[in-house]
Ligand binder design. Sequence first.
Ligand code: GLN
Length: 491
Amino acid sequence: MNPLLRRPAHEILPMLSRGELSCRELMEISLDWMSQTEVRIHSFLTQDGERALAKASALDQRRAKGEMPGPLFGLPVAVKDNLATKGLRTTCGSRILEDFVPPYSATVIERLEQGGAVLLGKTNCDEFAMGSSTENSAFFPTRNPWDLERVPGGSSGGSAAAVASGQAFLSLGTDTGGSVRQPASFCGLCGFKPTYGRVSRYGLIAFASSLDQVGTFARNVRDCALLLEVIAGYDPLDSTSLNEPVPPYSRELENNPGSLRIGFAGDWLAMGLTPEVERTFHRALDTLRGLGFAIESISLPHSHYALPTYYLIAPAEASANLARFDGIRYGLRVPGESLKDLYQATRGQGFGAEVKRRIMLGTYALSAGYRDAFYLKAQQVRTLIRRDFEQAFGVVDLIAVPTTPSTAFRLGEKVNDPLAMYMADLFTIPISLAGLPSLSLPMGIEGGLPVGLQLVGPTLAESRILQAAWRFQQATGLHDLVPPPAGALRA
Ligand code: GLN
């Protein structure tokens, strides 16, 4: 592996913009590594190498003409396949969109490209982002670069594996209940789910609109801040986008956040986690204390109901959002004798088992007679969960909690047990229901596998989270982690 691919993005970017390294040269190195590793990792559903090379050359020419390089000038990046890319197949990991080529790009894609980033391709994910292992992709599973027999997490598993394996410097995923933070934790990366509304959802193919948010993957906190800065901000095309200025996250990174109070919720740990994760978490709390932060006990009692609440609200929204895939307007069409037959055949063949399960759950929860008992009740509990956080943030500045109850599990281990799979998001879902920003970053390696820590903040406290995370990362040295050269990276 070319050592350039292991360097942090913030070190490579100045080399590219000064012309010490050409965009074309770096792209050739990236694509070469991709061709060696993809056969084992399977991060990508669609590779776009030829176009990436042409774009890299065009950037070199523009630089030679004296054009000002953007903040991500010439950087090879990867994006999850539920983000619309104009002229480039966007499948959502589903047969129903297998041949779908969007006529427009998501706002985050446009911002990436305006910033000078070059897309390597579209990454694998659980179908319509429903899952925690990327095994629900209709095409193939992705493997964890740390151990090829294990899952990379999900649903943004392809985006996480692409960055962890060195194929891409940065990537975008989406997080509805944990799909950026959980794979970041499993792959030893930083994964940031921003405040709901901080990043535009325009062109993100909707799963559960009140929860979906685009998030960032990077190998260190500074790179994560750089990417967030580029994609965040108001977008008139998304009515839930927040019209608030975007702080210069990467420049504020080293500012002293002061003597922060960090909340620790004992009732969360009681929900269940492995002894390795618990041990690593207590060590992380010690590190935070050593940095001068005060650790204070808080209570988030309704989090206990977060999983059932989420599995009513998210499927309810999904059942409405996925109604548009009917075989008429776009995507797969399986002909039938009547319109109803066509709908049934298209949706029957186009959707996988997990997607069908969610559509049925959601339709049931919204149906006449059950709506009040299920969907409305869940909305009320969501309010209680959100209030718990509001109260906690009256006392503390951030909350620390493990990202996942365990390290990366084995391929096939949970695939036939939906409830066991749902439990992988025990510690990420309450935060999603409250719409809060949360960063997962490595807090240790246990049994050869990374373990993630979440730092959660109040609304729009992204900068504070990044500052604390940066200090934590300096103290632990757990950044730019390299998976062992067994398996995926032995080339
Ligand atoms: N694993 C959770 C689910 O299947 C979260 C997915 C996500 O965040 N997109 O719903």
